[in-house]
Design a protein around this ligand. Structure first.
Ligand code: PHE
Length: 350
């Protein structure tokens, strides 16, 4: 007789759990029908109860009521946990819009550097890389700086390991310009060479609005048969127009670098005043933007390139200066201070 098992049923109900149910709401409904439905266990038991002898009625009746209460309580418990789970799954709905969390943006120097790389890659230049900790040979000697040449003083060098007396090719230093990468490329590749070399450089300078001990350069090198100064000029004119706008004009002034002959300094027409003269171009209408020249035959020969068969041009520019001119940034120190008020101004530039 089932009635004798009431205590077992109560235990069974109390132990019931939603945990393994695939569809929790359906499980709860089935549970309700099983125990409390019209044809469920409890109404069956009440039916059976009618046949219980009078002396047992009190005890059985109480047990049956406990069973009914246990089933009702369990169903209430199930319902509220289903509700809770539903609310939780609503808050983790992946299709709901999320909290917006601020993401970083590229640093203005990276933006400008990438733009320079992009402009040159459109005319076939590929990117080459070299070490920041260099030796004297690649930064100076192979670039035609004589061992005791005063031109070494043009760039105040941070030495990592320095032999006593004069500079030796084995001295280890932080590169003062990216031109050392030219040498490394020419050592490894046969012409035609058409590379651009972006990177960080170091000079022992007092930090001010106009000078810093760390800055970035992008260097270019083109070596092939019959490369002329006209090729250099046309390449740089293309660059200036792409970088600063179609109306930009350039001019080349004679200059000196140990590794180029002839050498020049390139100016662009002031993009602020359009050449009329303003305080950015100091009234001249021109802004100096890069150094360039034809690769000195000595430099080609030192790196194993026959200077009778090949010629080349090189140029080098400061990325900080490019960004200053493009975005009218007045103080070099801003680039390295990580002030969000400065950095956020370039958020929209991709
Ligand atoms: N290396 C030179 C500098 O740092 C720039 C330059 C590069 C000039 C290539 C000529 C050719 O000032």
């Amino acid at each position: 007789m089932k009635l004798n098992n009431i205590e077992d049923f109560i235990r069974e109900i109390q132990m019931a759990s939603l945990e393994k149910a695939m569809d929790r709401a359906a499980f709860v409904e089935q549970f309700r029908i099983k125990y409390l439905g019209k044809k469920g266990l409890i109404s069956e038991l009440f039916e059976e109860f009618k046949t219980v002898p009078n002396e047992q009625k009190k005890e059985m009746g109480q047990a049956l009521n406990r069973l009914k209460t246990a089933a009702q309580a369990k169903i209430e418990e199930f319902k509220s946990s289903v509700e809770k789970l539903e609310q939780q799954s609503q808050t983790s709905d992946l299709t709901l819009p999320t909290d917006y969390s601020a993401v970083g943006s590229r640093h203005v120097l990276s933006v400008v550097m990438n733009e320079i790389i992009d402009i040159f890659s459109r005319i076939g230049f590929t990117v080459a890389d070299g070490p920041e900790i260099e030796d004297d040979y690649h930064v100076f000697t192979a670039l035609n700086f004589a061992l005791d040449h005063p031109a070494r003083d043009m760039q105040d060098t941070f030495f990592v390991e320095k032999e006593p007396s004069v500079n030796k090719p084995t001295d280890v230093l932080l590169r003062t310009h990216t031109s050392g990468v030219q040498v490394r490329v020419m050592e490894q590749q046969k012409p035609p060479i058409r590379v651009i070399m972006p990177g960080r450089v170091f000079r022992n300078e007092a930090i001010s609005a106009r000078a810093h001990c760390i800055f970035h350069q992008v260097e270019g090198l083109y070596v092939d048969k019959k490369v002329t100064f006209a090729d250099l000029k046309q390449t740089l004119l293309y660059f200036a127009k792409e970088m600063f706008g179609e109306q930009t004009q350039i001019r080349l002034r004679p200059s000196y670098f140990p590794f180029t002959e002839p050498s020049a300094e390139m100016d662009i027409s002031c993009n602020i005043c359009g050449g009329k003269g303003c305080n950015i171009c100091k009234g001249t209408g021109w802004l100096e933007i890069l150094g360039c020249g034809m690769v000195d035959p000595n430099v080609l020969e030192t790196s194993g390139i026959d200077s009778k068969e090949y010629s080349g041009f090189a140029f080098g520019m400061g990325v900080e200066r490019m960004a200053m001119l493009k975005y009218q940034i007045r103080d070099l120190r801003l680039y390295f201070e990580n002030d969000l008020r400065f950095l956020r101004q370039f958020d929209t530039i991709v």
